[in-house]
Design a binder for this molecule. Structure first.
Ligand code: NDP
Ligand code: MG
Length: 384
């Protein structure tokens, strides 16, 4: 039996790489659902090639084009934000790949979990915003949440077979992004073109900017807290510019396990889709004899304040990570649209964290309210 995959965010960096993995393993996987926000051209092309049961185009203005272009096929076409949840409740797929970017991915992922379907989770913001509630629901429903994020996939792999052994800490590796070693006098002038040039990974625009500000690593600390049920002080970040060690787990006897490989997202995507199997492939292999060495240093959280802010949010808990995430999404949007500078992003996040009232144990509704309040406040700061 082939595993039927629902790819939410199929037109993005993770989504398109997942389709490549599926193309190379047609005996194992088939595509059941594809979703996009506005890229109707690519969605139509994907639908023709992979013949899913259903597609969603969130931007309703594009509905007629998608419907017309797919007339004569068996593909059902849906439009609008609410359709994401509607198709996430279908019982015709076996696993969701949650690869929508940002808070926008939360509701459909929750619906998938409520329907009892395993999730391959790329959308880290889901856990940053409401990780306690998402993981509680997953545990209650006995739904596996398999990480796609390379660091979390690494930790997940290191933990296999360690069921009753205590974790002392996990060590998340960070490439340092394109501005490693730079100081504020340089960063004040950088533009989005520079920030989008990541040295090791090709990714969507939002996560590329997050990697450049180190917010991505902060979001990943919060993601790890919920995925692996850790205390904030058990999570450490170390800069490792080569991105060969994808992350590590240190156990209470001092032994450290690492998962390694060349930086290629297709590997963790394939691992999550096929779990618990490993599938042979022709991806590049790492050759230690050709290595120039692996290097490590402390992150500069004074310059890259977003990481310090995320650590604060992780420690405070409650709705603070949700506020951090919402303000960051607006700040990144502002930066990508040339409204604000690189360092302004950190200022916006900090001001939102100061402004929005603290809630210690938010309900899901309160998370939505905190998200909206932080977004509105951040948007008012940059006049969008
Ligand atoms: P992209 O920006 O490349 O793709 C995002 C996808 O989500 C696209 O299909 C896009 O549709 C869709 N989308 C965007 N906004 C909305 C919305 N409001 N509602 C519904 N769908 C929407 O992102 P990435 O693939 O880079 O990242 C996806 C997620 O995976 C992020 O959470 C990221 O942090 C995480 N991740 C990504 C990695 C990477 O290497 N790229 C690595 C680890 C984690 P359209 O194309 O039509 O706009
Ligand atoms: Mg990552």
């Amino acid at each position: 039996m082939k595993k039927r995959i629902a790819i939410f965010g199929s037109t993005g960096s993770i989504g398109t790489q997942a389709l490549e993995v599926i193309s190379s393993n047609e005996d194992k996987f088939e595509v059941e659902i594809l979703t996009a926000h506005s890229n109707e051209k690519l969605l139509i092309e994907q639908a023709r090639k992979y013949k899913p049961n259903a597609v969603v185009i969130v931007n309703e203005k594009k509905y007629t084009t998608v419907k017309d272009e797919l007339a004569g096929t068996d593909v059902k076409v849906f439009a609008g934000e609410a359709s994401l949840e509607e198709v996430a409740a279908f019982d015709t797929y076996d696993m969701m790949l949650a690869a929508i970017v940002g808070f926008a991915g939360l509701k459909s992922t929750l619906k998938c979990i409520a329907s009892g379907k395993p999730v391959a989770l790329a959308n880290k913001e889901t856990l940053v915003v409401a990780g306690d509630i998402v993981m509680q629901k997953a545990v209650k429903k006995r739904v596996p949440v398999i990480p796609v994020d390379s660091e979390h996939s690494a930790i997940f792999q290191c933990l296999l077979g360690e069921t009753r052994n205590k974790i002392e800490k996990i060590i998340l590796t960070a490439s340092g992004g394109p501005f490693l070693g730079r100081k504020p006098n340089f960063l004040v002038n950088v533009k989005k073109e520079h920030a989008l040039q990541h040295p090791n990974w090709t990714m969507g625009a939002k996560i590329s900017v997050d990697s450049a500000t180190l917010m991505n690593k902060g979001l990943e600390m919060i993601e790890a807290r919920w995925l692996f049920n850790l205390q904030p002080e058990q999570i450490e970040v170390i800069v490792h510019p080569e991105s060969i060690i994808h992350s590590m787990v240190q156990f209470e006897d001092g032994s450290i396990k690492a998962q390694m490989g060349p930086p290629d997202m297709k590997l963790p995507i394939q691992y999550a889709l096929a779990f618990p199997q490993r599938i042979p492939n022709d991806f590049p292999r790492y050759d230690f004899t050709r290595s120039d060495g692996l290097h490590f240093e402390k992150p500069d959280i004074k310059t890259f304040r977003n990481l310090a802010l995320a650590i604060q949010a992780l420690q405070k808990g409650g709705n603070v990570p949700c506020v951090l995430n919402a303000a960051n999404e607006i700040a990144v949007y502002g930066f990508l649209h040339n409204r604000i500078g690189f360092l302004d992003m950190m200022e916006i996040v900090e001001r939102a964290m100061d402004k929005i009232p603290f809630i210690e144990k938010p309900t899901l509704e309160e998370y939505f309210e905190s998200d909206a309040a932080a977004r509105n406040f951040a948007a008012s700061l940059i006049h969008i």
